[in-house]
Design a protein around this ligand. Structure first.
Ligand code: NAD
Length: 458
């Protein structure tokens, strides 16, 4: 009898299993596919590995402007995918070692919850005092005519042949990251987004800037455009969509469907297990327990923020709760990172969100055009914005579009979690030349005192 059985070895599941083992629980981990889940095998890691190659490729191609003399540059797509596979394999074997080292019993097979405390895996039964479901999500396929002609991010990451022309349904995170990858490799891209801007769930300025950058790199961007039909055409696939201006279409070699992900609960529950669901996701309480006592769930399968680090944090908080220790993790403060060029990162409240909550805020913004490190890297467009509480001076949120934004956001997230004020953040001297100097500039800009911005006219 185990004290905990975890179903799903993605970031939510395997990290929870390891923490539970560290806390002295006897743990079983059940996985039907590869260790690491979507994030490692079909998501964050492979996408970023390919984006890294695209970034290098682009830098070398643009090298002439930087003083590099490269006679001929060509992309070896097979080598690019082989490198991505190598990165994934390396990380996967690291997880396998950790699972073994923590004396977690790994069951390879599909887990099915037959009752509270009982999971069937293949021909055997795993019995545990508690069960944690961390089965993640799968791409959602909307009821659009011809949707079966479309591919998903899973197919693109499998490799083989990146299309010369890719149409993308959905300008959310997956849509813009694949648009960045393909334009970086010099391929044709069209992004078709139903809402009035790309990345509609994030600060308005991100979507507008990403659209400008993608267009600069040759992509077509259609916003306020809802896809109604995909069909075969003479020279590929035709995507039809409705815009305010009327009916429109574009043609591509492949069509990526990136309109969100749905909870993966297929075949998870036996007929006698009735777990309360909400719009297809497992409903949990503040301790991640489902409506069935002893069955818990974390990560994408519960909806909410569908991010690897959110799932990991929830998994850790859940098992620490089970073991009776308090983690103190701020689960309400989850940074969002989008791997565009330049990178995007956001944490806490935007100015609009703060105002909608009735909070009086002050904001500061630094433009990356004035940042030395940005000029060195050959980029110009971008910004760092901070939102502070007008009364307490505490940092409430930050939005970054700049080099290393996805790393810099950590400092700001830690500051919000610790309740630091703008004045406290300004005690730190930031090194030169770094992208991070823009944080100082944005914090100073709240008072109109940024050094590298002309003063407002008096
Ligand atoms: P998403 O929700 O971010 O974006 C989907 C987009 O599709 C929305 O903007 C929506 O308006 C649009 N859409 C829906 N129906 C449409 C239609 N018929 N025509 C045109 N547009 C339509 O979902 P996603 O990009 O598929 O990503 C799935 C999840 O994976 C997200 O929760 C995301 O946060 C996560 N993810 C995160 C990262 C990261 O953190 N870097 C990377 C990839 C994925």
């Amino acid at each position: 009898m185990y004290q905990l059985a975890v179903i799903g070895a993605g970031p939510g599941g395997y990290e929870a299993a390891i923490r539970a083992a560290q806390l002295g629980l006897r743990v079983a981990l059940i996985e039907k596919d590869a260790l690491g889940g979507t994030c490692l095998n079909r998501g964050c890691i492979p996408t970023k590995a390919l984006l890294h190659t695209a970034e290098v490729y682009r830098a070398v191609k643009e090298g002439a402007a930087l003083g590099v003399c490269a006679k001929e540059i060509s992309l070896d797509e097979r080598a690019m995918f082989a490198r991505k596979d190598e990165v994934v394999r390396g990380l996967r074997s690291g997880i396998a070692q950790l699972v073994r080292a923590n004396r977690i019993d790994l069951y390879e097979g599909e887990g099915r919850i037959e009752a509270a405390g009982r999971v069937a895996v293949g021909g055997s039964t795993v019995e545990a005092e508690r069960i944690l479901v961390a089965t993640g999500s799968v791409p959602a396929m909307p009821p659009i005519e011809g949707i079966d002609l479309c591919i998903t991010s899973d197919d693109l990451l499998d490799g083989g042949n990146l299309p010369q022309r890719l149409a993308i349904i959905g300008g959310g995170v997956i849509g813009v990251e694949f648009a960045t990858l393909l334009t970086g490799l010099g391929r044709g891209v069209a992004v078709i987004e139903a809402m009035d801007r790309l990345l509609p769930a994030l600060d308005r300025e991100f979507g507008q800037s990403v659209a400008m950058n993608l267009k600069r790199d040759g992509a077509q961007v259609f916003t306020g455009a809802r896809v109604s039909r995909v069909s075969r055409a003479q020279d590929g696939l035709c995507v039809e969509f409705e815009t305010r201006g009327g009916h429109a279409s574009c043609t591509a070699d492949a069509v990526l469907c990136a309109v969100g992900r749905r909870a993966n609960t297929d075949g998870l529950f036996g007929t006698h297990v009735q777990v309360e669901m909400e719009r297809g996701r497992i409903r949990v309480d503040g301790r991640f327990e489902t409506s069935v006592p002893g069955i818990y769930a974390v990560g994408d399968v519960t909806g909410g923020v569908q991010l690897a680090h959110a799932a990991s944090a929830q998994g850790i908080a859940c098992v620490e709760g089970i073991a009776g220790v308090s983690s103190g993790l701020r689960l309400d403060l989850i940074p969002s990172c989008v791997y565009t060029d330049p990178e995007i990162a956001s944490v806490g409240l935007t100015a609009d969100e703060a105002k909608a909550q009735g909070l009086a805020v002050r904001t500061g913004k630094a433009l990356m055009g004035a940042n030395g490190r940005t000029q060195i890297a050959g980029g110009a467009r971008g910004f760092v914005k901070v939102v502070v509480d007008a009364k307490s001076d505490a940092l409430l949120g930050a939005q970054l579009m700049c080099g290393r934004a996805t790393d810099i956001v950590g400092e700001l997230n830690a500051a919000i979690a610790a309740g630091l004020t703008r004045a406290q953040l300004l005690r730190a001297v930031r090194a030169h030349p770094t992208f991070e100097e823009a944080v100082t500039e944005a914090l100073e800009a709240v008072e109109g005192r940024a050094i590298h911005a002309a003063p407002a006219r008096r």
